[in-house]
Design a binder for this molecule. Structure first.
Ligand SMILES: Nc1ncnc2c1ncn2[C@@H]1O[C@H](COP(=O)(O)OP(=O)(O)OP(=O)(O)O)[C@@H](O)[C@H]1O
Ligand SMILES: [Mg+2]
Length: 306
């Protein structure tokens, strides 16, 4: 089974696609057969970062059954061992995939014969993004040090948490959980996971045990991107502590990636940043992160609906 690394960040421009393409390049360079999937449905651009200017096939060809097998939507890239399923021609209606179809798609992704599969997700907290992020326990969050970006990544984590809790309830039970939470803790209490979990704990103890175990198994990581010299180097660790305190989720701080003007230059020249500027601090940060993450994640663990 492939290692699946979904990459999510609440805000556009935080560096999801840059990280996805860089991790893809590093993994493939070390001999691992790696597939990048652009799931930023409706705003896909990952192909440009791996020098595939005109993707002939894309993810929606599989969704619309133009190709029967997801393997038939895979494109080669100029880099050995690195492959791509582009999202380039995906239309906006695919941005609202029905749940059943999404689960089927996730199952097809999990069956693909690759060592690593990296999912580049869209910004925001759309259900697609949450469900694709939850495809694996090894999700990676990325944010810049700007408060707006941190707020959005926090919102994304919270939404993922809620989405996962929702998974354990039928529609009727979830409605009744909402009602009970509001009765106990006030009308605006249902958007806070800690409130919901406290009600689950008393009202649905058997589900609480499952949810607790589930979240204990997550191996989520946080990466801080575009750090300038003057930025707080331990900000990432501080964010993880706050998340643990408020959401009860263990997110491990994986490391920083320095801000570097050359990233912009490489993207404009449509060349791989790591190949063109290997001696920069940002390139070194990416290599360190890649090594750390490919060691740390260990065995792939899939969520129980896959
Ligand atoms: N470490 C970095 N140093 C300098 N610039 C960076 C760095 N990382 C990303 N950028 C800049 O940020 C821009 C946005 O990055 P990227 O496209 O990866 O973000 P994204 O999170 O995928 O955005 P979207 O949600 O819009 O797809 C890049 O075009 C690049 O110019
Ligand atoms: Mg992107």
């Amino acid at each position: 089974m492939p290692h699946i690394w979904p990459i999510g960040g609440g805000k556009g421009g935080s560096g999801k696609s840059f990280l996805a393409s860089s991790m893809g390049r590093l993994l493939s360079k070390s001999g691992r057969k790696t597939l990048l999937i652009d799931l930023d449905l409706g705003a896909a651009n990952l192909h440009t970062m791996v020098d595939v200017p005109y993707p002939e096939k894309c993810f929606s060809d599989f969704i619309s059954r133009k190709v029967a097998d997801l393997n038939d939507a895979v494109l080669p890239t100029p880099f050995p061992n690195l492959f791509l399923i582009s999202g380039a021609h995906d239309s906006l209606d695919i941005a609202n995939l029905p749940y059943e179809k999404k689960i089927k798609t996730l199952k097809s992704i999990a069956k693909l014969k690759y060592d690593y599969i990296i999912l580049d997700l869209g910004a925001g907290t759309a259900f697609n993004t949450l469900d694709f992020f939850l495809a694996s326990r090894n999700g990676i969050f990325i944010t810049t040090p700007e408060p707006t970006s941190i707020e959005n990544v926090y919102r994304l984590m919270r939404a993922i948490y809620l989405r996962r809790i929702r998974h354990y309830f039928s529609a009727t039970d979830f409605k009744s959980l909402e009602k009970k939470t509001k009765e106990h803790l006030g009308d605006d209490s249902f958007n806070k996971p800690e409130n919901i979990v406290s009600v689950v704990k008393t009202e649905y103890p058997e589900k609480y045990a499952l949810i607790k175990k589930d979240f204990g198994d997550f191996r989520f990581k946080l990466i801080l991107n575009q750090l300038r010299k003057q930025d707080n180097l331990v900000l990432g660790e501080q964010i993880c502590k706050i998340i643990k305190k408020h959401l009860g989720i263990n997110v491990e701080f994986a490391g920083n990636i320095a801000y570097d003007e050359h990233v912009h230059d490489a993207i404009c020249q449509r060349v791989c940043f790591l190949d063109r500027y290997p001696h920069t601090k940002a390139a070194n940060d990416l290599r360190v992160l890649n090594k750390k993450m490919s060691n740390a994640f260990g065995e792939q663990m899939m969520l129980n609906y896959l």
